[in-house]
Design a protein around this ligand. Structure first.
Ligand code: GAL
Length: 664
């Protein structure tokens, strides 16, 4: 089967199989961002062989020995993908990086200079160096495992095989280094979102059954203790029915929602509402949406088909009346990822004809679309939380979370999310002790969204008095870093560069690896599989900082410094010339943060910006600003100020234009 690749923009090509394939980006309703038009041009970077079976469209790409693959959806244990398989399906995540995840994004990028995106909602499986074909036989060398120590479970030649459960798909190839391919992918999907400024403040999600009165008491306590709060998130009990949802206020718990919201607004606090997609017969929407719903129920509620325009506009109309009119700031879109034991089955029928399995990959994305469009149509920015997303949703202002609570997984999620075109928040719930609570707060305070999710345990920042001062310091650092983070989001929007990145995205796969010698262990590793060297506990935030969080209960850790000189963010002292180093972290000390030579970091305190320069190399930082609330920045109403390490600054106002990428 021959694919015809058409140039779409510099370094981006598309090919289609079948006529008018349904795509994730088409269903998201978002156009590619203008930044995609920026160069450089490139040659088509890879050989893609296409084939069709009775069930699948299959693509095959050669994989060289030193090549590493990143992406394949949001992951929580490993970032490097090699000799592994993912079956990408939206799921609540059950502990394995096998493709069942909150963001089953069918995109990956290779150190071989290309990125690949299967722009389809249909199930996609990616086999990375695991398959052999009969036609490869002449090149495959057989070995006798019993006698030959060179026997391996992976045979050369190796390939990436992508199997799409559909005959119609749009395929997209990107050229460039891994950072460039990711940026191009994000721009192709619409460019990253810029949150409203209030979205970067502290969020508190209330207990599940809290009343309006309880909320005011809680906010009063925050004020008394001087913990600045940005957002109150109301969990299920704000509705007259939840699981399934009415999306309408509980008159018992919230008799005067308008008054409550006004009161909170006066105190500078926004309100975010929890929802899931399943609609109760108690909702005004039930009758209208029943004919546009699946033939299966979830928790007794109907499952509306969000691919249909009348469904989207009915939900918008309803939410505008019951929520936006009262000043609600946004939503937490829960349960859209699904868990097999309560979700619709793959064989469920949706009125649009979308297969049940494909709708599962779409539900969260379209839930994001509806609510994002609602705010956009009202000229106000929103941001919120979601449990599933997909490609095409990069510009939707949502951050992913889940119910698991493993610290290392949460940290790995932050390292991996940039390769999946999404953002991840390691939310804080309760903790076994003050040390754990502090380490979790410190991590959340450096993440895309700082959330205390007290839905089931009523946690508050002062829950552990022994670390209260250190918690306060972590939250204060978040506030100081706000202009820095906001500028990182601007790069995400204009240039596609994720604000949270794996070290590999900026430095390549700089680890030495002995990929072919897995250690035989009859119980733990009978096939002598190789564990790839990986970095899942350090991440880059913005252009100038690297975080190496400390796990609860630990007092030291090893930090891997990429080549070059590195400095301690907190003390300014030189730490490393590159390579591994063990650092000691005293009790209650801040989260280890490092800056490379020449880094310039703006810090805000009481309306003043302090500029910190690390090391001796000259450097600069592009500080972005806008009104923080509206979409006027899309019409050029923003400022860029180039802050230089010599103390000079240069303000540029760029009317109507995107920022230009600063480097390849
Ligand atoms: C879970 C969600 C929690 C909380 C809870 C309320 O599904 O992950 O964060 O919102 O629902 O029932």
């Amino acid at each position: 089967m021959k694919l015809t690749w058409n140039r779409f923009s510099p370094g981006v090509w598309r090919a289609e199989t079948g006529s008018e394939p349904i795509t994730l980006t088409g269903l998201s309703g978002v156009d590619p961002a203008p930044g995609l038009r920026e160069g450089p041009e490139a040659d088509f970077p890879v050989d893609v062989e296409a084939d069709e079976t009775s069930e699948f469209l299959v693509l095959r790409i050669p994989l060289s020995d030193e090549e590493r693959i990143f992406g394949c959806g949001l992951r929580f244990h490993s970032i490097v993908c090699r000799n592994t398989v993912v079956h990408l399906r939206a799921d609540h995540y059950h502990g394995n990086d096998d493709g069942r995840t909150h963001a089953p994004v069918p995109f990956f990028v290779s150190t071989g200079g290309y990125g690949f995106f299967a722009d389809t909602p249909d199930p996609v499986s990616i086999y990375i160096g695991t398959t052999q074909r009969l036609s490869d036989k002449p090149e495959v060398e057989e070995r006798d495992r019993a006698t030959d120590p060179q026997w391996r479970c992976y045979n050369s030649p190796e390939f990436v095989e992508i199997a799409i459960r559909s005959k119609k798909a749009r395929l997209v190839v990107f050229a460039g280094g891994i950072g460039k391919c990711v940026a191009r992918f994000n721009l192709y999907c619409g460019g990253g979102f810029i949150p409203p400024k209030w979205g970067l403040k502290l969020w508190h999600r209330t207990g599940m059954s809290m009343t309006g009165r309880d909320v005011l008491a809680l906010v009063g306590e925050y004020e008394k203790r001087k913990f600045p709060l940005g957002v109150i998130g109301l969990e299920p009990g704000w509705q007259s029915n939840s699981y399934p949802c009415s999306y309408e206020w509980s008159t018992r718990n919230f008799p005067e929602p308008e008054k409550l919201l006004d009161d909170l607004k006066q105190r500078g606090i926004r309100v975010n509402l929890w929802e899931n997609p399943y609609i109760s017969e108690k909702s005004e929407l039930f009758r209208e949406l029943k004919p546009f719903s699946a033939d299966h129920l979830v928790w007794g509620g109907i499952v509306p088909d969000y691919t249909l325009e009348p469904v989207r506009s009915a939900i918008k109309r309803h939410h505008a009346k019951h929520h936006l009119a009262l000043g609600v700031g946004g939503y937490k879109l829960d349960e859209s990822d699904g868990y097999d034991c309560w979700l619709w089955p793959d064989h469920a029928r949706f009125p649009s004809g979308t297969p049940g399995a494909s709708y599962r990959n779409l539900c969260g994305l379209l839930f994001e679309r509806i609510t994002s469009e609602l705010y956009r149509e009202n000229g106000r920015r929103t941001c919120g939380l979601t449990r599933s997303g997909n490609a095409g949703g990069c510009s939707f202002p949502y951050v992913l979370y889940n119910d698991r609570y493993d610290f290392r997984e949460y940290l790995a999620g932050l390292c991996s999310c940039g390769f999946a075109g999404v953002l991840w928040t390691p939310e804080v719930r309760t903790a076994a002790n003050g040390d754990e609570f502090l380490r979790r707060i410190q991590l959340a305070a450096l993440s895309p969204m700082l959330v205390i999710n007290a839905w089931a345990d009523n946690t508050v920042p002062w829950s552990f008095p022994e670390v209260e001062d250190a918690v306060r310091a972590a939250l204060a650092l978040r506030t100081k870093l706000t202009p820095y983070l906001y500028s990182a989001f601007a790069r995400y929007h204009f240039e596609g560069v994720p604000p949270y990145r794996s070290l590999f995205m900026d430095y390549g796969y700089f680890l030495s690896d002995n990929r072919r010698s897995g250690k035989l262990d009859s119980t733990k590793n009978p096939y002598q599989e190789v564990v790839q060297k990986d970095i899942t506990d350090q991440f880059l935030l913005g252009d100038s900082l690297m975080a190496a969080p400390l796990e609860p209960g630990k007092r030291s850790r090893t930090v891997l410094f990429p080549p070059g000189k590195w400095f301690d963010f907190h003390t300014g002292e030189f730490v490393s010339d590159g390579g591994a180093k063990t650092i000691e972290v005293p009790e209650n000390a801040p989260l280890p943060l490092f800056a490379p030579d020449g880094a310039v970091v703006p810090l805000e305190e009481n309306g003043r910006i302090e500029i910190r320069h690390f090391g001796t190399k000259p450097g600069e930082f592009v500080l972005y600003d806008d009104d923080g609330e509206s979409f006027d920045y899309e019409r050029g109403k923003f400022t860029r100020t180039v802050l230089k390490s010599d103390g000079s600054r240069q303000v540029e106002t760029v009317p109507g234009a995107g920022m230009t990428p600063r480097s390849e």
